[in-house]
Design a protein around this ligand. Structure first.
Ligand SMILES: Nc1nc2c(ncn2[C@@H]2O[C@H](COP(=O)(O)OP(=O)(O)OP(=O)(O)O)[C@@H](O)[C@H]2O)c(=O)[nH]1
Ligand SMILES: [Mg+2]
Length: 231
């Protein structure tokens, strides 16, 4: 039986993590013929994130080394699924749509699906600065990698076959992990697609360090493309 790993990084997300776990439609996924594991990668939370996640039936893997990329690398290495589905632990991503994503992945024999938060974005969900940052980073990706197929280079919800992970050279340990994964999936020639999703407002405190993360992601793109020494 094929297995799905729903992998969710969490840093101090005690307000949202239970809702996020409950949103995964386990019985529907099982009816489609898959086994399911939900893994919360606790990135050194100082609140009750891990405890609440366990109470709600998730496997909790602790990655004490902080960083969004570090959390995902630990999650991928310790998960057992043939197909990986990711998203934040902050109620922003539609985990209830997993059956739809799985069907598209299987029917179209895809390797990697990115989700697009921006095309159907509701007005109050994201600040204009955040929107601009997303547009800016996606535009740089399209300029640096001709044919880059994604509108939303920063989306944190991906659906992909686990076997491709070992072929992707994703070095980032922090927030640039998201864009680097997409660049690698595209560059290595995997069969990719992007699906529009309904993105929602965040529950709990923002973890992103706005401008600092935007600058870091921008620098990361140029370093990745041109391999600048010293970074
Ligand atoms: N920023 C950040 N998030 C982490 C880290 N480790 C785990 N996470 C989790 O990774 C997910 C992404 O972080 P978010 O702060 O939601 O980043 P974002 O989605 O770009 O920003 P928001 O629009 O505020 O949701 C969340 O579930 C975090 O709890 C880390 O070191 N830094
Ligand atoms: Mg988020």
């Amino acid at each position: 039986m094929k297995k799905i790993s729903v992998i969710i990084p969490a840093l101090d997300e005690e307000e949202a993590v239970a809702t996020v776990i409950k949103e995964v439609p386990i019985s529907k996924i099982k009816k489609m013929g898959y086994d399911v594991e939900i893994m919360i990668v606790d990135n050194g939370s100082t609140d009750k994130t891990g405890h609440i996640a366990k109470q709600n039936g998730a496997t909790v893997f602790i990655q004490p080394v902080r960083g969004y990329g570090n959390a995902y690398k630990a999650g991928f290495a310790n998960s057992h699924g043939d197909i990986v589905i990711t998203g934040d632990a902050d109620c922003t991503y539609p985990f209830e749509d997993i059956p739809k994503f799985l069907k598209i992945l299987e029917d179209e024999e895809l390797d990697f699906i990115n989700t697009d938060r921006l095309s159907n974005l509701k007005p109050d969900v994201m600040s204009w600065t955040h929107r601009f940052g997303n547009w800016f980073l996606a535009t740089i990706c399209k300029c640096l990698w001709r044919g880059f197929p994604f509108h939303d280079s920063q989306s944190g919800m991906w659906i992909f076959r686990k076997k491709i992970w070992n072929k992707l050279n994703v070095k980032s340990s922090g927030m640039p992990f998201s864009q680097e994964l997409k660049i690698e999936a595209f560059k290595k020639g995997f069969k990719c697609k992007e699906i529009k999703i309904d993105y929602r407002a965040r529950v709990g405190d923002v973890k992103l360090d706005g401008w600092k993360d935007a600058v870091k992601n921008t620098v990361h793109l140029f370093v990745k493309k041109f391999g600048l020494i010293g970074f």
